[in-house]
Design a protein around this ligand. Sequence first.
Ligand SMILES: C[S@@+](CC[C@H](N)C(=O)[O-])C[C@H]1O[C@@H](n2cnc3c(N)ncnc32)[C@H](O)[C@@H]1O
Length: 221
Amino acid sequence: MHIVNRLRARFSRPPLQTLSSLEAYERWVATYPPRAHNPLMEAEQRAMLDLLPSLDGQIVLDLASGTGRYGILAEGDGARQVVEIDNSAAMLRANPLSYRAQATSEALPLKSKSVDVVLCALALGHLPRLEPSMREIARVLKRDGIALISDFHPFLCLNGARRTFTTEGQTYAVEHYPHLYGDYHRAAINVGLRIEQVAEPRLEAQPEVPLVIVFRLRKAD
Ligand SMILES: C[S@@+](CC[C@H](N)C(=O)[O-])C[C@H]1O[C@@H](n2cnc3c(N)ncnc32)[C@H](O)[C@@H]1O
């Protein structure tokens, strides 16, 4: 069954227990490898890599890093320093990179204007408000720095899809707040980021519904 229908089908079953992001990743971490491990992540990663600037010699923040998928790619791409930040201690313990810190995206333990590139994948939808995290991304970026932000496409979520995972025979939903393009646009303007490019990849097999939304933003001042 196609991923969109699978996600919809899950939604139409009896209500699932919804976990906070912190609770969810405590339970999910054992089956969350640091690589794209489903078709949605594969489509998302292709779009992210299409929009990625060269990381050679750059200081990269992998924000909401999870187990390190993008940090590992950034190291492989020649980044000078990769910083992994996530608010889940469990995900960070499973992250193989050495420079890690537990913190929320809404209060980053980094100096202003200290980072060349921020990569923030599939995470901001766990937060009800975009702007506090985007303000922190803008603060830590150097002038002309680039941020790539991806998330589940809001159309997918507004069509009834939910973020779920299964562990020990039990399926859970994870808290998620769909943010529309206009929400990103407004937050970007308010914090001094300029949207340079947007990608909304779909699967060939089911082209009518985009799976993810990916933004490339530049620090405006
Ligand atoms: C779907 S996972 C994505 C992990 C990684 N970015 C990737 O794409 O493989 C979402 C991650 O966001 C983290 N997260 C959720 N809310 C966060 C917050 N407020 N601050 C930092 N990390 C957060 C979760 O702990 C989890 O590791």
